[in-house]
Design a protein around this ligand. Structure first.
Ligand SMILES: NC(=O)c1ccc[n+]([C@@H]2O[C@H](COP(=O)([O-])OP(=O)(O)OC[C@H]3O[C@@H](n4cnc5c(N)ncnc54)[C@H](O)[C@@H]3O)[C@@H](O)[C@H]2O)c1
Ligand SMILES: [Zn+2]
Length: 474
């Protein structure tokens, strides 16, 4: 269990499942090389698979296993499509556990047969034998797979160790690593969903801890209290149930406790499910600023149960909607028009994809800051009191779209941003501080068009200031 950071994404499954087509698409989404092991095998042997098979299945399997093992032990991490029978090797299964996130590409026996019948595959010559083999292999695939998938989006989510399923809180016990666990939750969310989580974790629960709701969780005092109360050894797993404040603080608690223990994020707010609980950034605040102390510590799994959002207050929904609109602009689809569960899944998949391409925020992940340079300036100018992050992001998106020359209708209609009353000079000074923390220039994320973000863009200061000014009332 865990994300495919320095590991491969390995697709397994029966012949005819579509591993090659899916593998290519996933490789493109994750900006990784794609390796089709059947093709590599043919290339290496200088013979097509049916010909290789004629030399005897045992010899074929030995060659297939050797090549698969070599590839699994090689870096950089890639997307691998394994041969249908590769998992029959015990050694391959062990190597998959060590070197890959393994995803079973689901296919029914009927679909598989209709795709491969009449072809030249040696094990697909008659339907009865084909069906029998399918049944025989099935338990092996199930045992080997970390997740199942039918679409590229499913694979991307699995690669980021993100599990999206309505009702999954009740299955938390099955979805977290098999080890003693401590539940850390937002005191408010604990009162609503804590009991269900505790029941799901059952006898493995080695402690229940609460953090103050909201930003108060992200303080050294609150995290310290959790550290002092935790009764886990290095094999233990911390489970964070709550919004982005809880997952940020509890994730940081896990990152530093005993120099780092595993953790699982169970986000309960829209911000948490589409943004904060994905991508491995954890942090607490200092009086000098937000998120100034933290660590990259990817959760072993993020368990997203969109039904938890049914108890989320409307105002918190709106906070998340700003990030949803941001995501929709970045991927070029009006994701905000989708039904809630689908919207959560699509946004979670997009964030997973960007973060897997840049796991430690070295460049491309910058695009997730669309609108945020302006947003942070407005929030700082308001002393983090009168303007919420969601309101500020809605306005920041407006500024970014205007500077990009892109239609602002989506933002206007969904988020209804209204200029805020803050001190203009204070906002500009905050934006300048942001600039100093980088390399002395204001670098923006803009859009060439919806779905085509560009980052590190420089614009003349007077244009940036004018865009910021237009967000301020009075
Ligand atoms: N790590 C990251 O990559 C990342 C990304 C985005 C945001 N963040 C951080 O996330 C934080 C904001 O997260 P947030 O907006 O979720 O705030 P939050 O955690 O404070 O939750 C918002 C409010 O909603 C309540 N709540 C949460 N789930 C609920 C539910 N299911 N039913 C009823 N009430 C519920 C909480 O008690 C809280 O009062 C910020 O600190 C921000 O810095 C981090
Ligand atoms: Zn944000």
């Amino acid at each position: 269990m865990g994300p495919a950071l320095d590991r491969h994404v390995a697709l397994i499954g029966f012949m005819g499942a579509g591993k090659t087509t899916l593998g290519r698409e996933v490789a493109e989404r994750l900006a990784r090389p794609f390796v089709d092991l059947d093709v590599e095998l043919e290339h290496e042997a200088g013979l097509a698979v049916p010909k290789l098979f004629e030399q005897g299945e045992a010899l074929f399997r030995a060659k297939e296993a050797k090549l698969t093992l070599d590839r699994l032990r090689t870096r950089p991490p890639a997307v691998l499509a394994l041969g249908g029978g590769a998992v029959t090797s015990h050694e391959v299964r062990a190597a998959l556990r060590e070197h890959a996130v393994t995803v079973l590409v689901d296919v029914s026996v009927e679909d598989a047969w209709s795709r491969v019948r009449g072809g030249d595959r040696p094990l697909a010559r008659d339907e009865l034998t084909f069906r029998a083999l399918y049944e025989k292999r099935r338990p092996l695939y199930d045992e080997t797979a970390d997740a199942r998938a039918s679409t590229a989006e499913d694979v991307v989510l699995a690669a980021a160790a993100v599990h999206v399923e309505p009702g999954s809180l009740a299955r938390l016990g099955e979805l977290v690593p098999d080890a003693p666990v401590a539940l850390v939750s937002d005191a408010h969310v604990a009162g609503i969903h804590g009991a269900a989580a505790q029941v799901a974790l059952g006898a493995r629960l080695a402690g229940v801890h609460e953090l103050p709701p909201g930003e108060g969780a992200k303080t050294i005092d609150a995290v310290s209290r959790v550290w002092e109360a935790l009764a886990l050894d290095r094999s233990g797993v911390l489970i964070a149930l709550g919004g982005g404040c809880t997952t940020d603080a509890a994730g940081y608690a896990a990152a530093a406790y005993l120099r780092g223990i595993r953790w699982v994020a169970a986000p309960s707010s829209l911000v948490g499910q589409v943004d904060a609980a994905i991508g491995g950034k954890t942090a607490i605040d200092l009086p000098q600023g937000k998120n100034l102390v933290g660590a990259f510590h990817w959760p072993a799994r993020t368990v997203i149960d969109p039904t938890l959002l049914e108890t989320l207050p409307e105002r918190e929904w709106r906070e998340g909607l700003a990030e949803v609109v941001k995501t929709g602009l970045l991927c070029g689809e009006p994701l905000w028009e989708r039904p809630p569960h689908e919207l959560v899944r699509r946004c979670a998949a997009f964030k997973s994809q960007v973060c897997l391409r840049d796991p430690y925020d070295g460049g491309e992940r910058n695009v997730l800051n669309l609108g945020h340079t302006f947003a942070h300036a407005l929030e700082a100018a308001a002393g983090y009191e009168t303007v919420t992050h969601g309101q500020a992001v809605a306005l920041g998106l407006l500024a970014a779209l205007r500077l990009s020359g892109v239609d602002t209708r989506g933002v206007d209609e969904v988020l209804h941003p209204r200029p805020v009353r803050v001190d203009r000079d204070r906002a500009w000074a905050a934006l300048q501080r942001d600039k100093k923390r980088r390399d002395g220039t204001i670098r923006l994320v803009l859009l060439d068009a919806p779905g085509r973000p560009v980052w590190g863009v420089e614009r003349p200061e007077h244009e940036v200031r004018a865009a910021l000014d237009a967000l301020i009332d009075g």
